[in-house]
Design a protein around this ligand. Structure first.
Ligand code: SAH
Length: 367
């Protein structure tokens, strides 16, 4: 065992020593949100010298499109005089700044907004306070969605769900075993599995995944966050969720670590790297609909942004751009909409959950 392990790794090893393999979900939760040493708790991962970049940080166009979407959906909700605009995991607050600037074209919407920011990181909360205060809107911070008062609301969450812990199970000869972090033969943290299989696990899987071959890995997340979102929007509300993920259930290990804009080993330096795993949008839709919300999409981020006019917005920005800025706008547009592993156009998807009285939502029209 290395001598120079971090305090969080020491804590993880201690817990494994007491209780055996640590479920991936518990490992992920500790790495990201341990009150003292968690990745999100004491840094700005998106700032200069940060670890990763998100769509709102790539271009103002992203937040602007979201602002127009919010104003349009507010109208469809009957233009309530007070609307809670809730963002889950607002990062540096950039998306809201761009969204609310664009939404000024609908002054009554702008005037109806009270901002509620759900943020677990005191460091990022400070960044948000500093950057959002000049907007001059009423704003309140919370550490969980449950703390936001009930009432008509619009919820936005970009790259939030992928940071919520996932569980993993691996198929073995005697059934599915939950995967967990163990101390390997060489003394380093490694992935192992619980000794006993999960009882009746196969019967709970989507039909198409039963009878999967040995070695298959299945991931799932608690439905708690989706249920809370759906409960809030099913009457006079709508939520927009954008994230890396897949439209249909499937098999595979998508847990990944990113540090300094490069992929890293999720088991090295716990608490020092961002950990994420893809969102299963089918599971989200099912959970949301099980308690009365209506789900829309998912659609590829590229299609959603295009339907809402990102190409026209890019052209307008370019028309007024100073010399040299045009290429930057083209590059940002391409990054947000391109297919394949380099772009976010297909890997990222947009989905909405809303009050079922809203039949169709902008960008989610069925072709
Ligand atoms: N939406 C922003 C930031 C994405 S990073 C953007 O697109 O740029 C993830 C964000 O979620 C960070 O603000 C992080 O601090 C916050 N976060 C992660 N886990 C959280 C949790 N369990 N509760 C509340 N906020 C959380």
């Amino acid at each position: 065992m290395a001598d120079n392990i971090s305090p969080l790794e020491a804590e993880i090893r201690r817990l494994i020593g007491i209780a055996g393999p640590m479920p991936i979900a518990q490992y992920m939760r500790l790495c990201l949100t341990h009150p003292q040493f968690g990745y999100y708790l004491n840094r700005d991962p998106l700032g200069s010298g940060g670890d990763f970049i998100t769509a709102p940080e790539i271009s103002q166009m992203f937040g602007e499109i979201i602002g127009l979407w919010l104003a349009a959906v507010w109208k469809e909700l009957g233009a309530p005089e007070n609307i809670r605009l809730i963002e889950l995991g607002p990062g540096r607050g950039t998306m809201l700044i761009d969204a609310l600037r664009a939404a000024k074209t609908v002054p009554a919407f702008h005037a109806a907004v009270v901002l509620h920011l759900v943020e677990i990181s005191p460091a990022l909360q400070k960044v948000q306070e500093r950057r959002l205060e000049p907007l001059g809107l009423p704003m309140l911070w919370h550490t969980a969605l449950e703390q936001v008062p009930a009432g008509p609301c619009l919820i936005v969450a970009n790259e939030f769900i992928d940071a919520l812990p996932i569980h993993q199970a691996v198929k073995q000869s005697d059934g599915w075993h939950e995967r967990g972090v163990v101390i390997g033969a060489d003394g380093a943290l490694a992935i192992g599995a619980m000794r006993d299989p999960l009882p009746h696990f196969e019967a709970t899987l989507p039909r198409g995944l039963r009878m999967s071959p040995e070695g298959s890995i299945y991931e799932w997340r608690s439905d708690a966050a989706t249920l809370e979102i759906s409960r809030r929007v099913r009457e006079d509300g709508a939520a927009l969720i954008i994230d890396y993920g897949h439209a249909w259930y499937g098999l595979g290990d998508t847990l990944q670590a990113v540090c300094g804009h490069a992929f890293a080993d999720p088991l090295r330096s716990p608490g020092e790297a961002d950990l994420t795993a893809h969102v299963d949008f089918q599971a989200l839709a099912q959970a949301a609909e099980s308690i009365g919300g209506r789900s829309h999409g998912p659609v590829a981020q590229r299609d959603w942004l295009r339907r809402l006019g990102i190409d026209q917005r890019a052209a307008a920005l370019k028309a007024h751009a100073p010399y040299g800025k045009s290429t930057e706008i083209d590059q940002a547009l391409s990054r947000l909409t391109a297919s394949g592993a380099r772009g976010m156009g297909e890997l990222c998807k947009a989905m909405a959950i809303a009050d079922p009285k809203l039949r169709e939502l902008p960008g989610f029209e069925r072709p």
